[in-house]
Design a protein around this ligand. Structure first.
Ligand code: PEP
Length: 259
């Protein structure tokens, strides 16, 4: 997808049951305006994906899996694979800080999931970002470097444009402590520099890079104004229809389509 399109992803985490998710989408359908230059992606509980896939108009909303297993099928009780999600979702979150830090997923896991998503025609959204203590000792760029190398190890330059990278500093997720625009600019620059080393300048410039971490309707425009930022991954504020609609409008205003 070309970089002139912004991506706004709403990660509902473990909130809203199937019925509630469906009602919330009805609300969003009325409030959130579709724009050609903004890809709006909803990541509900896995349980609601099937229902919502029949409900949403894909011209207005795309769907994302919050998580999936990297094997395609087999004896993996309780897991859902990218193969099973194929055709239901267009995106899949990989390496979200809650997966890394609560469920102890490693770079090896994220790498396998990135590959599984690509193999099943799902765009992986690879989340990278440092913890507060890593930031305090100046390790932000090293963490970004390691998580990119770890997550992308088996990805070719032909596959790279299918991948979305999200810079999500762990200390900013769900804390209300959003990163400053200057912090984000710096981190996204580090991401593109690393991608350039791995895949060359052209490929690095073509990848869509998002910011996520306590984004609100009030702070969204500051990030979207950064040249190198192509959209936002929104948690808490995506459960507020008014705020989410506002963030989508900010993305539209920052896009070329509105100019
Ligand atoms: C997230 O879930 O990826 C996220 C950024 O959450 P929040 O916006 O609530 O910090």
């Amino acid at each position: 997808m070309a970089r002139d399109k912004k991506i706004i992803i709403g990660n509902w985490k473990m909130n809203l049951g199937v019925h509630e998710a469906s009602l919330f989408v009805h609300k969003l359908e009325k409030k959130v305006k579709a724009h050609r230059s903004v890809e709006i992606v909803l990541a509900p509980t896995t349980l609601a994906l099937q229902t919502l896939s029949l409900q949403v108009n894909y011209r207005q909303f795309k769907l994302a899996a919050q998580n999936f297993y990297w094997r395609d099928h087999g004896a993996f009780t309780g897991e859902v694979s990218a193969t099973q999600l194929r055709g239901v979702v267009q995106y899949g979150l990989v390496g979200h800080s809650e997966r890394r830090h609560v469920f102890h997923e490693t770079d090896k896991d994220t790498r396998a999931k990135v590959q599984a998503a690509i193999r099943n025609h799902i765009r992986p959204v690879l989340c990278v970002g440092e913890t507060a203590s890593e930031r305090a000792i100046g390790e932000t760029n090293d963490i970004i470097h390691d998580q990119l190398i770890g997550g992308l190890a088996n990805i070719t330059s032909e596959e790279l444009p299918e991948i979305v990278i999200a810079y999500e500093p762990v200390w900013a997720i769900g804390t209300g402590k959003n990163a400053s625009a200057a912090d984000v600019k710096q981190a996204v620059k580090a991401i593109r520099t690393q991608l350039k080393h791995l895949y060359g300048a052209k490929a690095a410039q073509e990848v869509q890079v998002l910011y996520g971490g306590s984004v609100t309707n009030d702070s969204a425009a500051d990030y979207l104004a950064l040249d190198d930022v192509d959209g936002l991954l929104v948690g808490g504020a995506s459960l507020d229809a008014e705020a989410f609609a506002g963030i989508v409008e900010k993305a539209f205003i920052s896009s070329k389509e509105s100019k």
